[in-house]
Ligand binder design. Sequence first.
Ligand code: ATP
Ligand code: MG
Length: 253
Amino acid sequence: MKKILISAQDICKSFNGQSASERVLDKVCMDIYAGDFTIIMGTSGAGKSTLLYVLSGIDRITSGKVCYKEKEISSCNEKQMAALRSREFGFVFQQSNLVSNLTLFENVAVAGYLNKSHSAKQVQKRAGELLQMMQVEKAQNRLPSQVSGGEAQRTAIARAIIHEPELIFADEPTGALNKKNSEEALDLLTKLNEAGQSILMVTHDVHAAIRGTRLLYLDDGKIIDEMTLPAFTGKDARNREEQVSTWLSSLEW
Ligand SMILES: Nc1ncnc2c1ncn2[C@@H]1O[C@H](COP(=O)(O)OP(=O)(O)OP(=O)(O)O)[C@@H](O)[C@H]1O
Ligand SMILES: [Mg+2]
């Protein structure tokens, strides 16, 4: 049986001034399993980013309970939450959010230093290896303003995994990339998942969603349906696109 990484029970989220009927998340119950490439889909404004932020502890739920490896984290204070995030989770957002006055190498290494479990030497070695894996080693001594969007986003993926997180949270990680760069970033995420990395990715792009092994559909603050797929091989892309499109049509997406 698969291990549960994150378990959400009856989670609600409303922002200041919103009444119960306007809740962005409305009693969501869901589990995220280790080893899965989980995808959250749904229309714009459905609450996908909000769900990702509350599951990862970036934002707070209004009520309910979020557990990480069976420990309730929704009641943790900010300091405990920040420690958990930096140790256990990796984040990739739509914009790479690299530090502008640090080189690509430094951006990745700094994330490793912040996590104090490895020596500086080990961090530097791993940063070099990851930048190579992400195919940005030639640009590693340049600043983010001196590289392409694809290179910056691949660096952001390296930064997200340098501390070997249990789970990567990705919010529309290919949303700002062209088709070629998007495919390359998705290939990297697929490769990481093949190697056992658990990933939770929000996307509204069918082309990105087909990389997932478990797809959840969020509508009106609730998870209303899900589908599972075998691991992506690359050969089955067209068939998966058809399956996911048919599923989405049935949900009136
Ligand atoms: N800080 C906030 N204060 C008030 N309302 C917010 C806040 N953040 C998000 N919302 C609202 O919550 C709803 C869900 O937003 P969210 O960003 O989670 O949607 P989404 O599904 O990620 O959309 P998209 O696909 O456009 O990124 C939206 O109606 C949004 O306007
Ligand atoms: Mg969003």
